[in-house]
Design a protein around this ligand. Sequence first.
Ligand code: GLV
Length: 274
Amino acid sequence: MITPLSTPVDAEVIDAAPNLKLIANYGAGFNNIDTEYARKKGIPVTNTPKVSTVSTAEVTCGLIISLAHRIVEGDQLMRSTGFNGWAPLFFLGTELKDKTLGIIGMGQIGQAVAKRMHAFDMNIIYTQRHQLDPETENKLGAKFVSQEELLKNADVISLHRPATPDSVHMIDTEQFKKMKSSAMFINAARGPLINEAALLQALKGQEIAGAALDVYEHEPEVDNGFKELKNVVLTPHIGNATTEARNAMAEIVATNTVKVSENQEPNYIVNADK
Ligand SMILES: O=CC(=O)O
């Protein structure tokens, strides 16, 4: 079974295919699949890691730059009322240089974002379970901090964790309250990582300065409240939407399908026996 990451694959779906030998997810994230149930039935679930790192990192950086320089908002203005011409205080944004980027989840995508935004002269701080080795930290100009410290000090906060039972709503009212009122919040990882209602509240109450979302808690639905706010950028889950990434993802899925049909072990099993 080849599943796009937007397709839920629960126990009922798995049971409906009694001869199932492989669930090859077309995506890096696999929170759409009941991997534990598949494991119990001896069915390997595979994903497509690594190949969408660059695309997702580039989209994340694009969202950060769009928010800081109000690029999407500017485009909307030009398409509606237009403007009266250049003026000293018109449409001011914020420079990223010397600002602090807080990355929650410093895996491959987090590191690729750090590398790119370090080139924009941002200071990088990050949280994750394990600290990176000093050499990698040095190369990325990244400093390991507690989540508390990150939320309080970052000017831009970007999420790069997978959605697992322990990360759902990891960013909720309490976390938004800790952020700077000038903070910009980015989610190009998975919608359920944040409580979207709490984010909307934080934006409306001006507890943070802006947000960019590429993924949604109840995807593909998006709360109308976000659409009314000018300091919000919304994109339709396009993190890995490049020809390069999608072709490479397809190749992994195809290779795994052929391997399993020839009784070989597929690559990138995410639910191997513990
Ligand atoms: O969201 C995209 C992916 O997980 O590949």
